[in-house]
Design a protein. Structure first.
Length: 498
């Protein structure tokens, strides 16, 4: 599918012998189904009479995938020509305050310490605080940047230097008011556990360019997110579409190295035996999870050489390390993960997601948000600049944001903000988005959206559109209905498109 011809995007193949399997997985599945539906199977296993036949037909219908989507990770064509072909999602969880970072509110600062207007709070319920708490003005200045004149906080000098390259959305909205449900909704389109993530839907629709690395890689700094693995899981989609977490220290993937006493020849013989047994099971039962197991063993074997090479930053120049703010290439950090994200997409990985949950400022807002911005701003901007310099930004979507925003009212004594789902800000770059563009507007307190609202479902619909998909048609049948990332809502936001 990818015809860019960019040498840097060609999958890097190692010299290890690939696993010896008797046939292509798609062919194996077709053969298995044909054998499973043979005359002998019908006479031996099928239910007696029309009721049994009907029950089997219904069960088979439940397991089918939409045309063009299969267990295979081979590259597939989208619905229409795509502007973007890969995604890097910088998920800064914990709810960064839009009022301190992206959405200047002089009136809020002017009325600092006053009670909010009664009409503002009509019908409003806060997550934790008393809604009648006093207003809290931002303590950091905003200035205009770039030819577009985008106003950004003094806390984000490096992001501000890219004002003409990013698309800032100030009118985001979501349904959830607490971290775990809101994170899961931002990543899966639902507050419920068990739905496929955005990364999984992307891989499901497009497949992967890369033979030696997973198509969807997860990198975590600080600590894990409140929503856990549900933020990057495949839900009811086949297992190969899940995000694969890479660790910051030791083996990138647990148990990647051979245990003591196991040499490569022994490992090769063991894996070949496992493959033969798994293919026997696959041919007998046609179970897609068996095919997934075969793929996982295949990938794990290749990862033993590709993953250490990926994680070794010794080939990166001192200028690149400085641009990202990396002092020690071996030390785990958000900056190191940003550089790894670039290296991953260079090697053909389709979707990379960074999780960094440090932004939950119910108190100590002034000092803590300054420190968090210091740890992330330089690296986030460096990633965009690096992709642009290498000619990768045009076909890469970079997304920066959290799960919701923060209240204009104070919490935690005199220096904190509560959760706020009515409006928040995110920025994006590359992949067919308008650059140097501000979308949407909030009221004078940063409390409600007053122009061009963008719901989470609208964001997902727009990102899928840039990847070449009609979001209403990228579906998977499960439990009697067709599911999609945007559920039954969502519209493409034309104002965000270049």
């Amino acid at each position: 599918m990818d015809t860019s011809g960019s040498r840097s995007l060609e999958p890097r193949r190692n010299n290890q012998q690939k696993l010896k399997v008797p046939m292509n997985l798609d062919q194996a599945l077709r053969t298995a189904r044909a054998q499973y539906l043979s005359r002998r199977w019908f006479l031996r296993d099928c239910g007696i009479g029309l009721a049994g036949i009907a029950a089997r037909s219904l069960a088979a219908g439940e397991a089918t995938s939409p045309p063009g989507a299969s267990q295979s990770l081979s590259v597939r064509e989208p619905h229409f020509p795509a502007k973007a072909k890969r995604v890097i999602y910088l998920f800064n969880a914990g709810a960064p305050s839009h009022l301190e970072l992206f959405d200047p509110k002089p009136e809020l600062t002017k009325r600092n310490g006053e009670l909010p207007p009664a009409e503002l709070l009509k019908g409003y319920r806060a997550a934790f605080i008393n809604p009648n708490s006093a207003l809290l003005g931002a303590k950091y200045k905003f200035e205009r940047h770039g030819q577009c004149g985008m106003e950004l906080s003094e806390l984000l000098p490096f992001t501000a230097s890219l004002a003409d390259d990013i698309c800032l959305v100030r009118s985001m909205q979501t349904d959830a008011v607490n971290h775990a449900p809101a994170q899961i909704m931002m990543n899966t389109g639902s507050q419920q556990f068990g739905r496929p993530s955005f990364g999984s839907w992307t891989l499901y629709g497009l497949g992967s360019h890369c033979d030696d690395l997973p198509g969807f890689v997860v990198l975590t700094s600080a600590r894990g997110t409140s929503g856990g693995a549900s933020n990057y899981g495949s839900g009811f989609l086949p297992t190969p579409y899940s995000g694969i977490p890479f660790r910051s220290a030791g083996d990138p993937v647990l148990y990647l190295s051979n245990p003591h006493g196991i040499d490569q020849e022994t490992q090769r013989a063991t894996l070949d035996t496992l493959q033969r047994l798994n293919h026997m099971t696959l041919e007998a039962a046609g179970d897609q999870e068996t095919a997934a197991r075969i793929q996982s063993y295949e990938m794990a074997y290749r990862l033993q050489s590709s993953a250490p090479e990926l994680m070794d930053l010794s080939s990166e120049s001192s200028d690149v390390l400085e641009m990202y703010g990396i002092k020690d290439p071996k030390e785990a950090s958000y900056a190191r993960n940003c550089l790894l994200a670039r290296r991953l997409i260079e090697r053909g990985v389709r979707f990379v997601q960074l999780f960094n949950e440090v932004w939950d400022h119910h108190n100590g807002l002034t000092s803590r948000i300054k420190q968090n911005a210091l740890e992330t701003d330089k690296a986030s901007a460096a990633l965009v600049r690096d992709l642009k310099q290498r000619g990768l930004l045009q076909e890469t979507l970079v997304v920066w944001g959290g799960e919701f925003g923060r209240t204009p009212m104070v919490q935690g004594g005199d220096d904190g903000r509560d959760h706020h789902n009515r409006c928040f800000s995110m920025w994006m770059a590359g992949g067919g988005l308008k650059s140097g563009h501000i979308h949407g507007q909030t009221d004078e307190f940063g409390f409600n959206v007053v122009k061009d609202p963008v719901h989470v479902h609208d964001l997902h619909a727009t990102l899928l559109h840039l990847l070449g998909f009609d979001h209403t048609q990228l579906t998977h049948r499960f439990q009697g209905r067709d599911y999609r990332l945007t559920d039954v809502r969502g519209n493409v936001v034309q104002g965000l498109l270049a």
